[in-house]
Design a protein around this ligand. Structure first.
Ligand code: DX5
Ligand code: ZN
Length: 217
């Protein structure tokens, strides 16, 4: 099956956001990955609702919103109103993860759970049947352009086993340091969604680069 490709807008040229989104519209990108950072959960601040709404005005594809924020339960409805189709919260930021998953789904959005590199997939055992997606972070969240962590392959295998064991429909998304070199093995291990930021936006031809990622199977 061909992967879902979700370019991360974080790596785009914010001064030309409209043309960057139009480029993604005409590319083979499936989703737009939107990274929200609060300066508390991660040591960086990205952007908030006004920018997200500006992206939404031009985007013709689903928005995959990755919340790297503390207390995400305070903002779920607002992100849905701002145009989120999928909302992922961090396992490490949620005391009541199961409740937040239900809160997200009640808005009509798909619910994802993101795991930091040190967080074991085993911890999802009792929630995996209820989530629509698991985002395995293959870098420490907070910045684009970091080096891919090799242990990710092992985590995909363990997550795939858990998904099968619990008859879950969750998609496996990989976020951080994804490129044309590591993508084939990520897909072979069981990844469904590839997020790519700097690899796409620093390429001479981003549309072609997205198409190359899309044709890996
Ligand atoms: C990292 C973000 C990623 C990031 C990916 O905190 O969650 O989505 O933008 O960027 P690259 O592909 O450059 O690692
Ligand atoms: Zn992300």
């Amino acid at each position: 099956m061909r992967p879902i490709i979700a370019p991360s807008v974080l790596a785009s040229d914010f001064a030309n956001l409209q043309s960057e989104v139009e480029m993604l519209n005409k590319s083979q990108a499936d989703w737009l990955h939107i990274d929200i950072m609060d300066g508390r959960f991660v040591p960086n601040i990205s952007f908030g609702f006004p920018v997200m709404e500006a992206i939404k005005r031009h985007a013709k594809k689903p928005m995959d919103v990755h919340l790297m924020i503390v207390e995400p339960e305070q903002y779920i409805e607002q992100f849905r109103t701002a145009g989120a189709d999928t909302i992922s919260v961090h396992y490490e930021a949620c005391t009541h993860l199961h409740r937040i998953v239900q809160q997200i789904q009640a808005t009509g959005a798909k619910a994802g759970v993101a795991l930091n590199p040190h967080t074991s997939v085993k911890l999802l055992e009792d929630v995996i049947a209820d989530v629509d997606m698991v985002c395995i972070m293959s870098v420490n969240p907070g910045f684009g352009g970091q080096k891919f962590i090799e242990n990710t392959y092992r985590k995909i295998e363990a997550l795939k086993d858990l998904i099968i064991q619990r008859s879950s429909k969750a998609l496996i998304e990989i976020d951080g340091g994804v490129n044309e070199k590591n993508a084939p093995l990520l897909l072979e291990k069981g990844a469904d969604v590839l997020v790519a930021g700097s690899f796409v936006f620093s390429a001479a031809d981003p549309v072609q680069t997205i198409s190359n990622l899309k044709s890996i199977s």
